[in-house]
Design a protein around this ligand. Structure first.
Ligand code: ARG
Length: 471
């Protein structure tokens, strides 16, 4: 804040008889955080000025002086030389006051036919649209990294879990593709949210529209908005687009937290399924042997603040009467923090996942123990004509025999298995192997290595088509 806060003229000062209380001034100001919208505020103002000239409200010369002034202010802000003032409340009034300072009275004409209410809604939508595009870039990098990893690990065998108990063998590639699907839905969700963010509020003015002959389609085209808001009261007041973004962000963080949790488990000595390179971990100040999975843990923890912001904004919006209320100034910090949190979390994961080092022997050993091919044995019996419920019972007894004698199913000799069912033959050992088990699940969506490779190819096409469509 380089401008002396000894009271610049408030743009709305006309009807007031005493200066704002100093505490109230600071309490109601948003400029400490909404400065972040300066580029969108200036872009919106330039489009508005051009439109005013086009419809004859401003002369060409006036418009050009305003545009040049706004561009100079943008450079001033980017050089860190802008005199931000809390007394001027928000980013909008700071920039407008500076414009008048720089170009004189003609600067006062910029605000014709608009209000801060439609201005701030426009700025926020422009800003969020750009941020969504930035997030999509990181998310894409993460998704591509997952596909490369899944392809590489298409044949790696690990235990699949239910109730965190070993259930059936799966391929690590298949597990990674489950992560991919979760996050790819998040990618598509964000893209759908973007469409509803990308609607122009400007022209709604304070709440009822304006008596000037404005051209909203022209402004929309200048700013890249796909649609113009249909109702002025709605346009200035609702923040559902931000809430929708926060809910897509929450789902994304929820997914990242699930992946994070698995990484935390898997990097423990008890699992030892994967190793994280040292550069993604930190040590303990007291226990010299420790190498902690801080990055996944932190992402898991950060999901909490994003869920909190979602609930915060829902509560902010709940019961607000039409149209604009100052409550809405509180929409920005949760939104900013969510974008920053997502940006950091996605970047960390996109950097970290390709560097995962799977411990294939450990994964395989864990899949071997725990009778993970019991279902395969039951299916084998069904193929020999045994009803599934009977097969389930027979295999249950085989597992109990294994537990009592400390052997895996494949280690039980044929005569002992045949004592449980006459339908068991020498060929049973082929289905009791891990490879036999995973490659038998050979359909779209199944864990067979062949299917993992096919799914990777389909997913790559999906990503390429999405990139093409957003061009
Ligand atoms: N700083 C305000 C916000 O963020 C801008 C709109 C204020 N409008 C008003 N009439 N007070 O919502």
């Amino acid at each position: 804040m380089t401008r002396e806060d000894d009271g610049p003229q408030k743009p709305w000062g006309g009807r007031f008889q005493e200066p704002t209380d100093a505490f109230v001034e600071a309490f109601t100001a948003s400029v400490p955080f909404d400065r972040r919208l300066y580029a969108q505020d200036i872009a919106g103002s330039i489009a508005h000025a051009r439109m005013l000239a086009r419809v004859g409200v401003l002369s060409r010369d006036e418009m050009e002086r305003i545009v040049a002034g706004l561009e100079a202010i943008r450079r001033e802000i980017e050089a860190g030389e802008f005199p931000w003032s809390v007394a001027l409340e928000d980013v909008h009034m700071n920039i407008e006051a500076r414009l008048v300072e720089r170009i004189g009275d003609v600067g006062k004409k910029l605000h014709t036919g608009r209000s801060r209410n439609d201005q701030v809604a426009t700025d926020l939508r422009l800003w969020l649209r750009e941020e969504i595009d930035g997030l999509q870039g990181e998310l894409r990098r993460l998704l591509e990294g997952l596909l490369d990893l899944a392809e590489r690990e298409a044949e790696t065998i690990m235990p699949g879990f239910t109730h965190l108990q070993v259930a059936q063998p799966v391929t690590f590639g298949h597990h990674l593709l489950a992560w991919f699907e979760m996050l790819d839905r998040d990618r598509r969700r964000l893209q759908e949210v973007r469409r509803r963010v990308n609607v122009l509020p400007l022209g709604a003015a304070a709440l009822a529209g304006t008596s000037y002959p404005i051209d909203r389609e022209f402004v929309a085209a200048q700013l890249g908005f796909e649609a113009v808001a249909e109702n002025s009261l709605d346009a200035v007041s609702d923040r559902d687009f931000a809430i929708e973004f926060l809910s897509a962000a929450s789902l994304l963080m929820m997914h990242l937290s699930r992946i994070a949790e698995e990484l935390v488990l898997w990097t423990s000595a008890q699992f030892d399924f994967v190793r994280l390179p040292d550069r993604f971990c930190t040590g303990s100040s007291i226990m010299p042997q420790k190498k902690n999975p801080d990055v996944p843990e932190l992402v898991r923890g950060k999901s909490g603040r994003v869920f909190g912001h979602l609930l915060g904004l829902l509560t902010l919006m709940k019961s607000q009467p039409l149209a604009y209320n100052k409550d809405n100034q509180e929409d920005k910090e949760p939104l900013f923090d969510t974008v920053d949190t997502l940006q950091g979390s996605l970047r960390a994961f996109a950097d970290m996942l390709p560097a995962l080092e799977p411990n294939r022997e450990r994964m395989r050993a864990a899949a071997r123990s725990g009778y993970s091919t019991a279902t395969d044995l039951a299916d084998y019996l069904v193929r020999k004509g045994v009803p599934f419920r009977d097969a389930h019972e027979i295999v249950g007894r085989a597992v109990r025999l294994g537990i009592e004698t400390g052997r895996e199913l494949a280690e039980i000799p044929l005569d002992e298995l045949q004592a449980l069912s006459e339908h068991i033959g020498e060929d049973v050992y082929a289905v009791l192997t891990l490879e036999g088990s995973v490659s038998a699940r050979d359909h779209r969506g199944g864990t067979a290595p062949r299917q993992v490779r096919a799914a990777v190819a389909r997913a790559r096409r999906r990503l390429a088509e999405a990139a093409e469509a957003s061009r």
